[in-house]
Design a protein around this ligand. Structure first.
Ligand code: OOG
Ligand code: MG
Length: 256
Protein backbone atom coordinates (compact mmCIF):
# COMPACT_ATOMS: atom_id res chain seq x y z
CA UNK A 1 0.00 0.00 0.00
CA UNK A 2 1.29 3.47 -0.78
CA UNK A 3 0.39 6.45 1.43
CA UNK A 4 -1.39 8.33 -1.39
CA UNK A 5 -3.87 5.56 -2.13
CA UNK A 6 -4.45 4.98 1.61
CA UNK A 7 -5.18 8.68 2.12
CA UNK A 8 -7.48 8.80 -0.91
CA UNK A 9 -9.48 5.80 0.34
CA UNK A 10 -9.82 7.36 3.82
CA UNK A 11 -10.87 10.75 2.40
CA UNK A 12 -13.53 9.02 0.26
CA UNK A 13 -14.73 6.94 3.23
CA UNK A 14 -15.22 10.10 5.29
CA UNK A 15 -16.94 11.95 2.45
CA UNK A 16 -19.26 9.06 1.58
CA UNK A 17 -19.76 8.00 5.21
CA UNK A 18 -18.87 4.47 4.25
CA UNK A 19 -16.39 2.55 6.37
CA UNK A 20 -13.65 0.53 4.66
CA UNK A 21 -11.65 -2.57 5.59
CA UNK A 22 -8.35 -1.85 7.37
CA UNK A 23 -5.35 -1.78 5.02
CA UNK A 24 -3.46 -4.27 7.19
CA UNK A 25 -6.00 -6.98 6.21
CA UNK A 26 -4.49 -6.99 2.71
CA UNK A 27 -1.01 -5.81 3.71
CA UNK A 28 -0.06 -7.14 7.17
CA UNK A 29 3.49 -5.78 6.75
CA UNK A 30 2.36 -2.14 6.58
CA UNK A 31 4.34 -0.01 9.04
CA UNK A 32 3.34 2.92 11.23
CA UNK A 33 5.67 5.28 9.31
CA UNK A 34 3.65 4.69 6.12
CA UNK A 35 0.54 5.33 8.24
CA UNK A 36 1.95 8.71 9.35
CA UNK A 37 2.72 9.63 5.72
CA UNK A 38 -0.89 8.87 4.78
CA UNK A 39 -2.08 10.80 7.86
CA UNK A 40 -0.30 13.95 6.68
CA UNK A 41 -2.07 13.69 3.32
CA UNK A 42 -5.46 13.22 5.01
CA UNK A 43 -4.84 16.27 7.23
CA UNK A 44 -3.50 18.29 4.28
CA UNK A 45 -6.75 17.54 2.43
CA UNK A 46 -8.67 19.29 5.25
CA UNK A 47 -6.22 22.23 5.22
CA UNK A 48 -6.56 22.54 1.42
CA UNK A 49 -10.32 22.84 1.92
CA UNK A 50 -9.82 25.91 4.12
CA UNK A 51 -9.52 24.46 7.61
CA UNK A 52 -6.74 25.55 9.97
CA UNK A 53 -4.45 23.38 12.04
CA UNK A 54 -5.43 24.06 15.67
CA UNK A 55 -3.44 21.44 17.52
CA UNK A 56 -2.82 17.77 18.04
CA UNK A 57 -4.36 14.73 19.68
CA UNK A 58 -2.83 11.81 21.47
CA UNK A 59 -4.39 8.39 21.23
CA UNK A 60 -4.13 5.17 23.18
CA UNK A 61 -2.29 6.88 26.03
CA UNK A 62 -4.38 5.07 28.67
CA UNK A 63 -4.34 1.35 29.34
CA UNK A 64 -8.13 1.18 29.24
CA UNK A 65 -8.12 2.60 25.69
CA UNK A 66 -5.30 0.35 24.48
CA UNK A 67 -7.18 -2.67 25.77
CA UNK A 68 -10.51 -1.46 24.34
CA UNK A 69 -8.99 -1.01 20.86
CA UNK A 70 -6.49 -3.90 20.92
CA UNK A 71 -3.65 -1.59 19.83
CA UNK A 72 -0.83 -1.45 22.32
CA UNK A 73 1.14 1.68 21.43
CA UNK A 74 0.29 5.37 21.75
CA UNK A 75 -0.08 7.45 18.59
CA UNK A 76 -0.78 11.02 17.55
CA UNK A 77 -2.94 12.85 15.07
CA UNK A 78 -3.85 16.45 14.25
CA UNK A 79 -6.79 18.71 15.12
CA UNK A 80 -8.22 21.04 12.49
CA UNK A 81 -10.70 23.90 12.87
CA UNK A 82 -13.50 21.93 11.19
CA UNK A 83 -13.45 19.43 14.06
CA UNK A 84 -14.53 21.91 16.72
CA UNK A 85 -18.12 21.25 17.72
CA UNK A 86 -19.82 23.88 19.90
CA UNK A 87 -20.75 22.79 23.42
CA UNK A 88 -24.53 22.48 23.72
CA UNK A 89 -25.32 21.87 20.05
CA UNK A 90 -26.58 18.42 19.00
CA UNK A 91 -24.00 16.23 17.32
CA UNK A 92 -24.86 15.87 13.59
CA UNK A 93 -25.05 12.07 13.51
CA UNK A 94 -26.05 12.22 9.82
CA UNK A 95 -22.55 13.53 8.96
CA UNK A 96 -20.80 10.69 10.77
CA UNK A 97 -20.38 6.94 10.29
CA UNK A 98 -20.50 5.40 13.79
CA UNK A 99 -19.35 8.02 16.30
CA UNK A 100 -18.05 7.26 19.79
CA UNK A 101 -17.20 9.76 22.51
CA UNK A 102 -14.56 9.78 25.23
CA UNK A 103 -13.57 12.20 27.99
CA UNK A 104 -10.15 13.84 27.77
CA UNK A 105 -8.06 16.51 29.45
CA UNK A 106 -7.10 19.22 26.94
CA UNK A 107 -4.04 21.47 27.16
CA UNK A 108 -3.85 24.93 25.65
CA UNK A 109 -0.16 25.55 25.01
CA UNK A 110 1.04 29.06 25.87
CA UNK A 111 4.72 28.86 25.01
CA UNK A 112 6.97 26.75 22.84
CA UNK A 113 7.97 23.50 24.53
CA UNK A 114 11.48 22.46 23.58
CA UNK A 115 12.48 18.82 23.49
CA UNK A 116 13.35 16.99 25.66
CA UNK A 117 10.00 17.84 27.23
CA UNK A 118 9.01 16.71 30.72
CA UNK A 119 5.84 16.90 32.81
CA UNK A 120 7.30 20.00 34.49
CA UNK A 121 8.22 21.78 31.25
CA UNK A 122 4.79 21.01 29.76
CA UNK A 123 3.00 22.39 32.84
CA UNK A 124 5.18 25.52 32.77
CA UNK A 125 4.29 26.11 29.11
CA UNK A 126 0.57 25.39 29.56
CA UNK A 127 -1.69 28.40 29.41
CA UNK A 128 -4.81 26.50 30.44
CA UNK A 129 -6.30 23.07 30.99
CA UNK A 130 -9.85 22.32 29.80
CA UNK A 131 -12.29 19.45 29.96
CA UNK A 132 -13.02 17.93 26.58
CA UNK A 133 -15.02 15.22 24.91
CA UNK A 134 -13.50 13.80 21.78
CA UNK A 135 -15.85 12.43 19.12
CA UNK A 136 -14.18 9.57 17.27
CA UNK A 137 -15.43 8.23 13.95
CA UNK A 138 -13.16 5.55 12.56
CA UNK A 139 -13.24 5.26 8.80
CA UNK A 140 -12.75 1.48 9.29
CA UNK A 141 -15.59 -1.01 9.65
CA UNK A 142 -16.46 -1.69 13.31
CA UNK A 143 -13.49 0.42 14.54
CA UNK A 144 -11.35 -2.61 13.64
CA UNK A 145 -7.77 -1.56 12.89
CA UNK A 146 -4.11 -2.07 13.68
CA UNK A 147 -1.63 0.68 14.51
CA UNK A 148 -0.68 1.69 10.89
CA UNK A 149 -4.38 1.83 9.91
CA UNK A 150 -5.51 4.04 12.78
CA UNK A 151 -2.48 6.30 12.39
CA UNK A 152 -3.36 6.84 8.71
CA UNK A 153 -6.96 7.64 9.72
CA UNK A 154 -5.72 10.59 11.82
CA UNK A 155 -6.33 8.52 14.95
CA UNK A 156 -10.10 8.26 14.25
CA UNK A 157 -10.37 12.03 14.79
CA UNK A 158 -13.72 13.56 13.90
CA UNK A 159 -14.98 16.26 16.31
CA UNK A 160 -14.14 17.70 19.70
CA UNK A 161 -16.19 19.52 22.27
CA UNK A 162 -14.46 21.77 24.80
CA UNK A 163 -15.79 22.31 28.30
CA UNK A 164 -16.83 25.61 29.86
CA UNK A 165 -13.77 26.42 32.04
CA UNK A 166 -10.14 27.12 31.11
CA UNK A 167 -7.95 26.95 34.23
CA UNK A 168 -4.23 27.33 34.82
CA UNK A 169 -2.71 24.03 35.93
CA UNK A 170 -1.54 25.65 39.18
CA UNK A 171 -5.14 26.57 40.04
CA UNK A 172 -6.28 22.95 39.79
CA UNK A 173 -5.59 19.88 41.90
CA UNK A 174 -2.69 17.64 40.89
CA UNK A 175 -3.73 16.62 37.36
CA UNK A 176 -2.96 12.97 38.14
CA UNK A 177 -5.81 13.06 40.65
CA UNK A 178 -8.23 15.14 38.59
CA UNK A 179 -11.37 13.02 38.56
CA UNK A 180 -13.85 12.43 35.77
CA UNK A 181 -17.30 10.85 35.97
CA UNK A 182 -18.76 9.74 32.63
CA UNK A 183 -22.51 9.28 32.30
CA UNK A 184 -24.54 7.90 29.42
CA UNK A 185 -28.32 8.25 29.47
CA UNK A 186 -27.92 9.41 33.08
CA UNK A 187 -26.10 6.30 34.32
CA UNK A 188 -22.47 6.37 35.40
CA UNK A 189 -20.64 4.23 32.83
CA UNK A 190 -17.02 4.96 33.79
CA UNK A 191 -14.90 6.92 36.23
CA UNK A 192 -11.26 7.87 35.88
CA UNK A 193 -8.54 10.22 37.07
CA UNK A 194 -5.97 12.14 35.00
CA UNK A 195 -3.30 9.61 35.97
CA UNK A 196 -5.01 7.07 33.68
CA UNK A 197 -3.12 8.78 30.85
CA UNK A 198 0.57 7.83 31.07
CA UNK A 199 0.54 8.43 34.84
CA UNK A 200 0.00 12.17 34.27
CA UNK A 201 -1.79 13.80 31.31
CA UNK A 202 1.11 16.25 30.82
CA UNK A 203 3.34 13.21 30.22
CA UNK A 204 1.30 12.56 27.06
CA UNK A 205 1.99 16.11 25.82
CA UNK A 206 5.69 15.65 26.62
CA UNK A 207 5.67 12.35 24.69
CA UNK A 208 4.22 14.17 21.67
CA UNK A 209 6.77 17.01 21.78
CA UNK A 210 9.61 14.49 21.99
CA UNK A 211 8.08 12.29 19.28
CA UNK A 212 7.71 15.27 16.92
CA UNK A 213 11.13 16.74 17.56
CA UNK A 214 12.85 15.24 14.46
CA UNK A 215 9.99 16.39 12.20
CA UNK A 216 8.90 19.70 10.81
CA UNK A 217 5.39 19.70 12.31
CA UNK A 218 5.55 21.25 15.77
CA UNK A 219 3.25 22.43 18.53
CA UNK A 220 2.96 26.19 18.22
CA UNK A 221 1.90 28.48 21.08
CA UNK A 222 -1.91 28.56 20.98
CA UNK A 223 -2.12 24.86 20.04
CA UNK A 224 -4.72 22.70 21.71
CA UNK A 225 -3.64 19.19 22.67
CA UNK A 226 -6.01 16.36 23.58
CA UNK A 227 -4.06 14.10 25.92
CA UNK A 228 -6.03 10.91 25.18
CA UNK A 229 -9.19 9.12 26.26
CA UNK A 230 -9.41 8.48 30.00
CA UNK A 231 -12.08 5.78 29.70
CA UNK A 232 -13.38 3.33 27.14
CA UNK A 233 -15.34 5.18 24.43
CA UNK A 234 -19.16 5.28 24.44
CA UNK A 235 -21.17 4.94 21.18
CA UNK A 236 -23.39 7.88 20.16
CA UNK A 237 -26.69 6.76 18.70
CA UNK A 238 -29.89 8.70 18.00
CA UNK A 239 -31.10 9.91 21.41
CA UNK A 240 -27.76 9.35 23.21
CA UNK A 241 -26.92 11.80 25.98
CA UNK A 242 -23.40 11.64 27.37
CA UNK A 243 -21.91 13.89 30.01
CA UNK A 244 -18.35 14.05 31.27
CA UNK A 245 -17.99 15.81 34.62
CA UNK A 246 -14.48 16.85 35.62
CA UNK A 247 -13.17 18.02 38.99
CA UNK A 248 -12.65 21.78 38.75
CA UNK A 249 -13.28 21.96 35.00
CA UNK A 250 -17.05 21.63 34.75
CA UNK A 251 -19.16 19.26 32.67
CA UNK A 252 -19.14 18.61 28.93
CA UNK A 253 -22.50 17.43 27.59
CA UNK A 254 -22.85 15.76 24.22
CA UNK A 255 -26.15 14.62 22.76
CA UNK A 256 -27.51 13.69 19.37
C1 OOG B 1 -8.33 5.52 18.16
C2 OOG B 1 -8.12 6.92 18.66
C3 OOG B 1 -7.58 6.92 20.05
C4 OOG B 1 -7.63 8.12 22.28
O1 OOG B 1 -7.87 9.15 22.91
O2 OOG B 1 -7.22 7.09 22.80
C5 OOG B 1 -7.87 8.17 20.81
C6 OOG B 1 -9.71 5.02 18.49
O3 OOG B 1 -9.98 4.73 19.67
O4 OOG B 1 -10.52 4.89 17.56
O5 OOG B 1 -8.29 9.18 20.35
MG1 MG C 1 -9.14 10.49 21.93
Amino acid sequence: MDPRSMADALIAAERERKAIAPFTDADPGLDAETGYQAQRMVVQHHLDRGERLIGAKLGLTSRVKREAMGVHEPLYGWLTSGMVHPHGEPLPLGELIHPRVEPEIAFLIGREIRPPATITSVLEATEAVLAAVEVLDSRYEDFRFRLPDVVADNASGSRLVLGPCARRPGDLCDLRLLGCVLRAQGDVVATAAGGAVMGHPAAAVAWLVNRLSPQDWRLEPGALVLSGGLTAPVPMRPGSVVSAEFDGLGTVDVYS
